[in-house]
Ligand binder design. Structure first.
Ligand code: ADP
Length: 400
């Protein structure tokens, strides 16, 4: 059974074709700079040379057509006929309150997705466009939607409501949704597998730290709280997003600087976090790490908020779950930045968290980095959202 996973973003399309019988990746690729000059399609067929093509890609329709051409190419393609693909799994960022699991993308579901556009105006439109083009090009192949928000639909009311008048929840569904659900679910399950313990018996804190970051409390296999909320801007500081801010700051700044809604949105989503705190040095953890090593106060300051924020959420979620058995680090920073892991876990010995510096520095991809006698197991687990999407897609299409 072959499953194609498509992640259609605003200016890029990522894809992976899986053979579900042996869980192998047959091909993967990235269509970049859609609608921007110098578009590129990078196609990596397994066991063959990568193919990098520069060609104008004005829109997602052309991008997805090129993805299909690459997969079907007589020389570097992987399949001979579209119908070799059993199902297509699409990453969808926002499913609102309607979807607590993955679903077949029927016309009814597509209408519900369109209703979610106002909740994720940047992400859902390109996701929907990708689905529509795939449906057109592969009308006989089932298309499945896998939502970033779905895993968090188990969060209890006391954690998903905000302390604003309840009428805004009723009227506009203003609440915490949470994101990166596919990643949190994947690494939590993987941690249980590695420890050979049932997921249903564990209290796990999963730290997905990339350009966008979120931390989740996974109790007995379900998400009970998460640091991202209504938008993708709350929680710990991110590359360019501010993380938790006293709401009073927003109207104060709008008043003082005479800012429009667009301008304040740009500040909190694009000009804050690591790039804002470092006064423009970089949004990238690697660049800041280098500058911090040279003693640059601005980089040290930015990174100190990151470490502190992660530590604070670990403490909060241990309290929310009545304890913690496992802490998992994943995504670009979580998987690679030993200094951030060290900084975040320092001082948490009282919770039973003891990092082994040697293991923390190891370049092993999947590794337990806590000391042998640490009550809490601390682990690094590379995320694999595409694989999770493929698995859900295969399961749903098999049940059709
Ligand atoms: P996205 O959210 O865009 O998927 P990633 O998960 O790729 O982001 O994470 C990007 C972040 O990971 C960047 O801040 C980058 O600096 C950091 N990162 C990647 N590799 C390393 C590394 N070897 N050491 C430290 N940080 C790293």
């Amino acid at each position: 059974m072959k499953v194609l996973v498509v992640n259609s973003g605003s200016s890029s399309i990522k894809y992976q074709l899986f053979d579900m019988t042996d869980e192998s990746v047959l091909a993967k690729g990235l269509v970049e700079r859609i609608g921007i000059p110098d578009s590129i399609i990078n196609h990596y067929p397994s066991g063959k040379e990568p193919i990098i093509t520069h060609q104008d890609i004005p829109d997602h329709r052309v991008g997805i057509k090129l993805m299909m051409d690459a997969l079907l190419h007589p020389e570097y393609g992987i399949i001979k006929d579209v119908l070799e693909i059993s199902a297509v799994g699409h990453r969808v960022v926002h499913g609102g309150e309607k979807f607590s699991g993955s679903v077949l993308l029927t016309d009814e579901v597509m209408d519900a997705l369109k209703e979610c556009i106002e909740l994720a105006p940047l992400h859902n439109p390109p996701n929907i466009l990708g689905i529509e083009v795939c449906k057109e090009l592969m009308p006989r192949v089932p298309q499945i939607g896998v939502f970033d928000t779905a895993f968090h639909q188990t969060i209890p009311e006391c954690a998903y409501l905000y302390g604003i008048p309840y009428k805004y929840y009723k009227k506009y569904k203003v609440r915490r949704y949470g994101f990166h659900g596919t990643s949190h679910k994947y690494v939590a399950q993987k941690a249980a597998d590695i420890l050979e313990k049932p997921l249903e018996e564990l209290k796990i804190i999963t730290c997905h730290l990339g350009n966008g970051s979120s931390i989740t409390a996974v109790k007995n296999g379900i998400s009970v709280d998460t640091s991202l909320g209504f938008g993708t801007v709350a929680g710990i500081v991110m590359g360019t997003r501010c993380g938790d801010v006293d709401p009073a700051v927003i109207p104060f700044l709008m008043d003082k600087e005479k800012l429009s809604i667009e301008e304040i949105n740009k500040i909190i989503y694009k000009e804050s976090g690591l790039i804002g705190l470092s006064e423009g040095i970089s949004s990238d953890n690697r660049d800041l790490g280098k500058r911090a090593k040279q003693g640059d106060e601005r980089a040290i300051r930015a990174l100190s908020l990151l470490d502190y924020g992660i530590k604070k959420y670990i403490g909060a979620y241990a309290a929310a779950m009545g304890g913690v058995d496992v802490v998992v680090f994943t995504a670009g920073i979580g998987e690679n930045a030993w200094k951030v892991r060290k900084g975040a876990c320092e001082g948490l010995e009282f919770l039973g968290i003891k990092i082994d510096p040697k293991k923390n520095n190891s370049s092993n991809k999947e590794v337990i980095i806590s000391e042998d006698d640490s009550k809490v197991k601390v682990m690094v687990i590379p995320t694999n959202e595409e694989w999770m999407i493929a698995k859900d897609t295969a399961k749903i299409s098999a049940s059709l």
